[in-house]
Design a protein around this ligand. Sequence first.
Ligand code: UVW
Length: 365
Amino acid sequence: MDSKYLEQQDELKTGSNAPDNPERRGFLTGAGALGGAVVAGTLIAQAAQAQTTPAAATMPKLSDKAWWPHPKWGKDDQAGASNWITPAKVLDAAKWIKDGKIYRIGRMYEAAMPKFGERAFTLRIPGSPTGGPFGANKLIYHDEFLATEIGQTGTQFDGLAHIGIQMGKDGDMNEMRWYNGLTELEIAGPYGMKKLGIEHVKPFFTRGHLFDVEAVKGASWEAGQEIKVADLRAAMQKQGMNEADVKEGDAVFFNTGWGKLWMKNNDKYNNGEPGIGLEVAKWCVDKGVCLTGADSWATEVVPNPDKDLAFPVHGELICKHGIFNHENMVFESLIADKKYQFVYVFSPAPIKGATGSNGGPMAIT
Ligand code: UVW
């Protein structure tokens, strides 16, 4: 796949790709005064800076950076890089199953887990039990009621309606652009997204490659540290992998060590993270991967080393290229067994109009 849009990054340094959600702005407000430090509550100075409305003259224009129609999947596509998962791809991936071992690479969901901003995870079991007894056999049962951002808490799969880019003037819904150039007015609906909902994403059964950059460094990476392509190459060398092994439609995962903070130091976990930047994003686009994932809450480096940018990898991969992202993953068992290549299996919950999915991703070796 071509990467011409990634090469236009200089034009994007206007900050207009920063989210303009007032609630999210609340998390960012005030961070600028702290000189780049990341403070409790996910206040990110760099992101706050990127919130600044750029001068009109420097705003990106629709005409010079249109990423649509998608060059491979076409203007009407809503499935993005899940289109890579063809029967041939599945058969090829299946060749990597040798010992039949299944690894859980998603985390347990619980109310106390780290969450971005004000997101919530609230589980209630109505009644004790919820109902019954029924019939002569006296059957009883429990239900559950869950209130959460279903695709944005815990181990989360980012769909194509999750990330867009404000083009032109802030607040102009005709210039809030999503995958395939769809506008906010075209996709948004009060009872679910009218387009780009998670139900359009095809189930994944594909080759997965894990880059244990924590092992390369010999220690956990720190917030704000960017994983570069050179680090991936060092991981491949250490793990006995070849760059040519990463093929179109494969999934790539990054282990940074940040996941060790999960439920141990949630404040630190939430306040920035190490991760990939635009250089590795370009590598992913060039490789034609279907998905990225990491042991962190965004996969990408936060704050971004370029203080003008906020979550630029999300914008590049999800919005512009339809490449999915899986966050808050856990790779410890794979690493303990030195299993760096496996079959990644995940089917997003097909909730009509949802922007993401929770669930239980697997690695099969
Ligand atoms: C954002 O929504 C910016 O991040 P995430 O996809 O990590 O939830």
